[in-house]
Design a protein around this ligand. Structure first.
Ligand code: UD1
Ligand code: CA
Length: 454
């Protein structure tokens, strides 16, 4: 695609995805925590598309919502009846009326197209009017076959329409097309559905271009890149592939994974160098971890930020809005949500910290709970620097604890505690000498009577 031209991206996503056996449109099924169609959009990002048009059918409203969440400028056009890939692209014609530039067509259910492949397509487009993505297949299955003459692509024949000698060709169509926008729609106008499927085939534009004396070319990629998702089993295989790729990428960036096959990432997980991740850790969307952090076994993180030198887990849960500053510690069975844990603060055992700010160097004792929810609204807990919250303190928000203040173990703190103060909010201990023994004797006597022993 010449650098001076705009590129419009068209993603075909109208297929019903019947074999997924799902209420959810196929392209919205998540891979690495984000919809398949977003992976296709992301693959094409290298082409810097100025327009992105999704051709949707089944579940178009849900598709619109999801793609606009990723990029609010994304347009969605409807293909009411699925009459073939050529017909699908034609649905974008009106939206692209007057558009001067290139078109890149991708499939919404094909999430693994690499940036290298997109780059090769763009390069090939600079000296071809139409470019297709090809792949050499050991087992070409029911793919369309590329009929070539040297570097020139002459036509594409669908498996159903192919003669036996054509079916022996192993160079197959991977589905991606790049062409000048105006030309592509002109060619599509001439595509007929006179074939074995009665469909309008997008790859038929190749033959039509050649008939006009235009150039058509192809680039090739690994078959694995064009792997489409049709069933839940395909999705599971794709997820495994995605995770393996992400693990390799993370390790290449200098992160240690003790047991890589047990750690699960999202498409947007970022982990800084020299961070150590122990086995069985799960990253949901929106997690960034800086360098030199230590994420211990069985922790679950989503929508959170972990700074340099922080330690998390084992068995910690960081929920959206958890922000850990440098050298903080979040220990076992601790849940943190929408809370800033400032530098060097520690929450080491069995706590819930929600809607809170914990000051620098503050220590939160075991079993502390921020009681942030009154049944209707959420309230904030603010704790200053260098404070010491005794074990099993209930902090009934909204509440503020000053710098270097303390709360006694087992306190239920319902009002603010000023800096440097000690708050004791529990019943005073009362010890009655000998009473335990006397009580026990009495109980035993009562039981003996009931049992008829006396
Ligand atoms: C297509 C190619 C084939 C290629 C293969 C690679 C055509 C005619 N054939 O075949 O040469 O080897 O991909 O995987 O292009 N879609 C729509 N609307 C439609 C039809 C399809 O949106 O009317 C979408 C589907 O949702 C899917 C994509 O286009 O995401 C491809 O359609 P599909 O039916 O899977 O094409 P294939 O038969 O696999
Ligand atoms: Ca397909």
């Amino acid at each position: 695609m010449s650098a001076d031209k705009n590129t419009a991206l068209i993603i075909l996503a109208a297929g019903r995805g019947t074999r997924m056996n799902s209420e959810l449109p196929k392209v919205l099924h998540p891979l690495g925590g984000t919809p398949l169609v977003v992976h296709a959009m992301d693959s094409a990002a290298l082409a810097e598309p100025t327009r992105t048009i999704i051709v949707a059918g089944h579940g178009a409203d849900a598709v619109t919502k999801a793609v606009q969440e990723y990029d609010e400028t994304t347009e969605v056009v409807l293909q009411e009846e699925q009459l073939g890939t050529g017909h699908a692209v034609m649905q974008a014609r009106e939206a692209l009326a007057g558009f001067d530039g290139n078109v890149l067509v991708l499939f919404g259910d094909t999430p693994f197209i690499s940036k290298t492949t997109i780059e090769a397509l763009l390069e090939a487009r600079t000296h071809n009017d139409v470019v297709l993505l090809g792949m050499d297949c050991v087992d070409p299955k029911r793919y369309g076959r590329l009929i070539t003459d040297g570097d020139s692509l002459e036509r594409v024949v669908e498996y159903k329409d192919a003669a036996p000698f054509e079916r022996r060709i192993t160079l197959c169509n991977g589905g991606i097309v790049a062409a000048d926008a105006k030309l592509l729609f002109e060619l599509l106008d001439a595509v007929s559905n006179d074939n074995a499927s009665g469909e309008y085939y997008l790859p038929d534009v190749v033959q039509l271009a050649r008939q006009r004396g235009l150039n058509a070319g192809f680039v090739t990629c690994e078959e694995s890149e064009t792997q489409g998702i049709n069933t839940r089993a395909d999705l599971a295989i794709a997820e495994k592939l995605f995770q393996d790729m992400k693990r390799a990428e993370v390790m290449d960036n200098g992160v240690t994974l003790t047991a890589p096959e047990t750690v699960f990432f999202c498409y947007d997980t970022y982990i800084g160098g020299d961070t150590l991740i122990e086995p069985n850790v799960i990253f949901g969307p929106g997690v960034t971890v800086e360098n030199d952090a230590h994420i211990r076994a069985f922790s679950h993180l989503e929508g959170c930020h972990v700074s340099r030198g922080a330690q998390v887990g084992p068995y910690a849960r960081l929920r959206p809005g958890a922000e850990l500053a440098e050298f903080t510690r979040i220990g076992n069975f601790v849940e943190v949500k929408n809370a800033q844990i400032l530098e060097g603060a520690k929450v080491n055992h069995l706590s819930y910290i929600g809607d809170a700010e914990i000051g620098k160097g503050t220590n939160i004792g075991a079993g502390t709970i921020t009681c942030n929810y009154d049944g209707v609204m959420k309230h904030k807990t603010t704790i200053g620097e260098g404070a010491f919250i005794g074990s099993n303190t209930m902090l009934v928000a909204p509440v503020t604890i000053g710098d270097e203040a303390m709360t006694a173990s087992g306190s239920v703190i319902t009002s603010d505690v000023e800096a440097g103060a000690l708050a004791v909010a529990r019943a005073r201990q009362d010890v009655k000498p000998g009473l335990a023994r006397r009580l026990m004797d009495k109980l035993k006597a009562t039981k003996a009577k009931l049992d008829g022993k006396v």
